[in-house]
Design a protein around this ligand. Sequence first.
Ligand code: ADP
Ligand code: MG
Length: 789
Amino acid sequence: KAALEKILRERSLQMRDQQQAWQESEEGRRMLEFRSSLPAYKEKEEILSTILRNQVVIISGQTGCGKTTQLPQFILERETESLCGAVCNIICTQPRRISAISVSERVAFERGEKLGESMPSLSPTFCSSKVGYKVRLEGMKGRDTRLLFCTTGILLRRLIADRKLKDVTHIIVDEIHERGMNEDFLLIVLKDLLPRRPELKLILMSATLEAELFSSYFNGAAIIKIPGFTHLVRTHFLEDILEISGYGLTPDNQIDDYGQERIWKMNNQGPRKRKSQITSLVEDALREADFKNYSPQTRESLSCWNPDCIGFNFIEYILCHICEDERPGAVLVFMIGWDDISALKEKLLLHPVLGDQSRVLLLTCHGSMANSEQRLIFEEPEDGVRKIVLATNIAETSITINDVVFVLDCGKAKESSYDALNNTPCLLPTWISKVSAQQRRGRAGRVQAGECYHLYPRCVYDAFAEYQLPEILRTPLQSLCLQIKSLKLGPISEFLSRALQSPEILAVQNAIEYLKIIGAFDNNENLTLLGHYLTMLPMEPKLGKMLILGAIFNCLDPILTITAGLSVRDPFLTPLDKKDVAEAAKAQFSHDYSDHLALVRAYDGWKDAEIDLAGQEYCWTNFLSVQSMKAIDALRMEFLSLLKDIGIVDSNATNCNAWSYDVHLIRAVICYGLYPGVCSIVHKEKSFSLKTMEDGKVHLHSNSVNARESKIPYPWLVFNEKIKVNSVFLRDSTAVSDSVVLLFGGNMSKDGDGQLKMLGGYLEFLMKPAVAEMFQSIRRKLDDFIQSK
Ligand code: ADP
Ligand code: MG
């Protein structure tokens, strides 16, 4: 023990010397200069002493002021300076994996260290950097790590094994203004933990000024506001842009009067209704105001305006205007998601000016970008080259690009939402809030006066909500309920009633009911074995369930494709002007009455074509989205490593595809995952209609392969998602037989006759008691088999 202590002490000294050497070096001095220019640095002493005196501290300050990169370092440095003092162990959570990785790299860099670098004289498991990170399936962390950046999910996971966070001295929860579900959840857990760990410090960091809300949640916790400064940003709304861009005269008053009246009407309606109204407002504003008064050329350029895919032509036009006529400075374009970012990038690369790499450096910034690409975003381009970054709302608060002078804001972001009444979840592009729009605008004024182009009329901005609803109030709570159980946090409803803002009771009940139906909870709301495994898979429970069964029944490859496909945008494209050709292309993949199996065929074909480097051509001829295919490919890999991680699949994945060609089996596994998404097919002479237990009559989405059939030789369809528009529509579906529903639908846990009740109505008219009994007995054997696996 004494020898070990000696080694450790020597190592700390050595590391301190290293730090000192770095600080005295030329580079180190320059870095310190940069750091001390940040607003947060000027508050260093104030921050440290407030943390010393208080258990909970809330820190708010403008984005880019140095909260994320500096604050954890202040604590770390203070502890290292006083070598004799207690050793700190700081955990700083980030809402996204990409920020956990990039921030830890940045902080290590600022300290003259390299992440995970090992000291030559010691064993390579020693990591000399004090900074590390941990995200799902990846991490860089050693014995010397004192400051760990991780996703909020990772900290929640750690709490399962280490309820009191024994060795942790400081917890920093970053970006709390985003009000993500995990962060709100973590705050409830930490609030309970604080009295039991009086020496544990909690620091909450937020970009906007909602500090009081958090402070009162933690019984009046201390608040520090870091003063910020931004340069003036000139704001252009759509009508102004049309004017500057020389598109013709703007009928200002028309949009205004028109908008005013609409807004007045909208303000007297609920928020949900308002959102869809804004969309039609944009469309109308454009149709009414612009299209009547603008030249044919203008109309053509605007015609690609579609509230859900933004006007690409229009963005191209503004970018070109900036490149040709404006002063130097980087451009940041806020897009909706990865799909439209890559589509726009493809388009811009073909443009004579924007695609010219000697003049324009075109970069993207989104949650799944590679590290190398990330670094480019921060670097200054060569003289005469304009940097254009196409970003998702990740660049709104968590990533700061210093040299941005121009911002384009499409006004939308992907938001998960949930309608508790209809029990239907969705991840859809929606209008952002006023706070987000202001935040996006602010990104243009960091280094000098900037310009912001909002690609929507001012009247639309006026109709935005002030703030976005916290995620916990707008998403399904199934995964959250699973986590509450796995952390043994007591009755779910009671636990959630202690949240900053509690979700609707109905939403909680729906989630619990669903988890019982799929067999993740038993009747007493306790985790079953299946539920236990599902808590280890960070994805929708139904996908996890399907994957687990796919592995057990050795048909993993197609199930990986299906689950990945259900998580990305529909890869089958149906351009309006080529609808028939596209549908014919899809029909080649679909002879099984299954959208899911059609996807498996399409993906396998693409994989084969990729071997001959003909993947893109294959996608073009078959009307498939290349991006979606690549996204599916990446997700499949991620899902597979998750399954290996929790021991469902062995490390070589041997044998797990022995039955992958058995279409009947795959149908059964799909049903196992998608249950209770089942509807019955009522056959008529030349057509059929569909019915579910809750909704009565439902319809198929026109893109479904089953929508083109006049007869389906199966009695049931299982589906992933239903959407309520005027009536209820099912998106993807797979036809299955009676026996599949009986054996693979419903509750797979062994508690008595639960499954009979689940299938209730269906079973009664389906079969005689003797047959039902036989099925039950087979089913029990099947359950036993699955459990034993
Ligand atoms: P906050 O968390 O308050 O928004 P940050 O700590 O993230 O601010 O950033 C502080 C400053 O450090 C910003 O000006 C930003 O531009 C700079 N910065 C952060 N990350 C990087 C990086 N990876 N490369 C270069 N500069 C960075
Ligand atoms: Mg930050």
